[in-house]
Design a protein around this ligand. Structure first.
Ligand SMILES: [Cu+2]
Length: 181
C-alpha cells in the first residue's frame, strides 16, 4: 500500500511542478517594472530566510537529540577494531579488547565494540550481518578518513561483513567473518 501512496504523491508532485512551470511561462510575456519587482521579491526573500531558519531550528531542536548516530557515541567501547577495506577484501585488526582464533577475529559477548573503518582505495560499505543474514549496522569505508561505528553484540555466533557499496568487479566477493563468544 505504501508503494501506491508514494506513487500517487509522486504523480501529484510532478503535475504540480508542471502546473507551476506552465503558469510561470504563461506570465513571463507580461511587462513589469523591473525595479518594483526586484524590491518586492527581495522583501519576500528576506522574510522567507528568517522563517525558514526558524523552522529548521525548531525541527533540528526536536530531531537532533533523538538521532541514533549521536546516541551511540555516549557508550564507551570495551574493544577497538581497526577495519580496512581494499579491493576486494576486509582486514580486521584488534587494537584492544579483541582476540584472534584460527585467523578469525573474536569479539566478546555484550561488550561494546568500536570499529574504526577506513579504506585504502575506493569507497566501500562496511555492513555487519548476523547468522540469519539480517543487516545489523553499517558505515561507509572511505579513503583518507576513519569512520567510528559502535555496536554491542548480544548474541554469540558467526557474523559476516559484506560490502554495501559497489566497488568494482570483485564487489560481491568482498566478504569477511568474525565470531562473537
Ligand atoms: Cu563493494
Amino acid at each position: 500500500m505504501i508503494n501506491i501512496y508514494a506513487g500517487v504523491i509522486a504523480m501529484v508532485g510532478i503535475f504540480l511542478i508542471m502546473g507551476i512551470g506552465f503558469f510561470v511561462i504563461s506570465q513571463s510575456t507580461a511587462d513589469e517594472d523591473a525595479a518594483k519587482v526586484t524590491r518586492s521579491v527581495y522583501r519576500v526573500r528576506k522574510y522567507w530566510f528568517f522563517a525558514l531558519t526558524l523552522i529548521l531550528l525548531v525541527i533540528l531542536g526536536f530531531t537532533m537529540p533523538r538521532a541514533p548516530n549521536l546516541d551511540q557515541f555516549k557508550e564507551t567501547p570495551q574493544a577497538v577494531v581497526a577495519v580496512n577495506g581494499k579491493m576486494w577484501q576486509w582486514t580486521l585488526t584488534s587494537v584492544s579488547g579483541a582476540t584472534t582464533a584460527d585467523g578469525m577475529l573474536v569479539l566478546g559477548l555484550n561488550r561494546t565494540v568500536e570499529f574504526r573503518v577506513t579504506s585504502s582505495d575506493v569507497n566501500h560499505g562496511f555492513g555487519i550481518y548476523n547468522a540469519a543474514g539480517t543487516l545489523l549496522t553499517q558505515v561507509q569505508a572511505m579513503p583518507g578518513y576513519t569512520n567510528r561505528l559502535l555496536y554491542t553484540f548480544h548474541t554469540p555466533g558467526l557474523y559476516s561483513i559484506l560490502c554495501l557499496e559497489y566497488c568494482g568487479v570483485g564487489h560481491q566477493v568482498m566478504v569477511s567473518q568474525f565470531k562473537v563468544e
